[in-house]
Design a protein around this ligand. Sequence first.
Ligand SMILES: [Zn+2]
Length: 503
Amino acid sequence: MQAQDIPHGRTTAELIFTGGQVHTVNARNNIVEAVAVSGGCILGIGSTAEICALARSGTREAALRRRSRLPGFIDAHCHLTGLGMAMVSIDCKAPGRQSIEAFQPPGTWIRGGGYNQTRLRARRHPTRDDRDTVAPNHPVIFTRACGHIASVNSRALAVAGITDQTPDPSGGRYDRDGGRNLGVAYETAQTPLQMAALPTAEEFSAALMRASQAYLAAGCTSVHDAGGLVGPAFGPCQDLVEAGRLKLRSYAFATVNSLQHPVMGLLGAGPRSRFGDERLRLGAFKVITDGSSSGPTTTTREPYTSNDQDCGILYWDQEGLDDLLGRAHRQGFQCTVHAVGDRAIEQTLNAIARAQRECPRQWLRHRIEHCAICLPDLQDRVHAQGIVPVMQPAFFWEFGDGYIQNYGRHRADTMFPVNSLIAAGVPVAGSSDAQVTHNAPLFDIEQGLTQMTMAGDIWGPDERVDLTTAIRLHTIHGAFASFEEGFKGRIEVGKAGRSCPPR
Ligand SMILES: [Zn+2]
């Protein structure tokens, strides 16, 4: 340990962790015994004896007793408000909710989340009629586990101004029986319903506090909010940050799925990625271009194995995506696209290449969210174009059996090719997509190691990673994905320790 490494002229530790296995996640993945913290920064790392030398009267000591100490985890793709709201919505993943009748409780705006039609005994989405049976007078909305499909009752359709004559919007559709809207809305078709069911400012605040506490309890100190925070939830979030109540650090995306989306107003208004401070920053400009891997509504080059007429839902044509990403790129936004299927990934890579060609900006680390059906030709392009793919090994457990059914073993085994991309030198970041899956990073790390489905199938064994790599995905690579690798993501002298450094 070098004296000149000690930041802010501090030489006294406030808190020391000793006698453990401190995973530094540095370039050599060194593991040391002890670490000292002061003023919110890491003051020193080294042997227990070296670190104890920094202690004075008043220094607190946490004896690790050979246990591991890791950098704060970073969840590089989640939905904070969605997670917080899901914690007070009806949980369709819970045992006993595997029948449509169980989705019919009384109340005012009745919100539920996490249902998956493939796990219902009826093997179909609940329709407005199922919900009207017991809730004729209350608007009801249940969002599917993936967040891309909503099932509502007649009252909810009426509140949102949707009639049987309302046409399918671009990038979305409603299930219909003849001319009748059945109350199952896919992709952009659910936007007016979700807007009608929008939580209040008080509900958003409470949701953010719940989500933040859930993350901190899981050892996760930073998240990239992939949609939901920039919008009506942002004011309540800023209030909580300024009051010092929200401890979780957030990198919040401006997410759009259509040109009519209210967040589109940020394009042309001038802000760029990274505005804010380490507690709350404006993140990437995110565009959704295809559906959900498990819906399945993702956009594929070849038809689904389960339905040879279906290649998914694509939100934009190439020209439209080029134009949108080009504008965000020129404005100084980090661009990212929700692209799951190979066709959507290809379209995204084309758009980003064009934006870079027309306005070269090497410092911008553009990303692709999910990047799931990323075949070898696309992996080469991800590498060559300097893209950061943000992937979700946690999906294997919950959705893997459906992937095998819908996309076939040949595609399922190469989905989320974390190992191949890491081997090629691509800094893949790991994430939960909570509330889609469990928010705890240790759950995602376990899935990265095992890739086991709920039915016990091992999926894509060649794409499993080792523990060190899985930890890097959820720490330093997450920091890199938000340009913050100089501040956090590893245990190194000068990096963030327990709280934010004074500014
Ligand atoms: Zn997401």
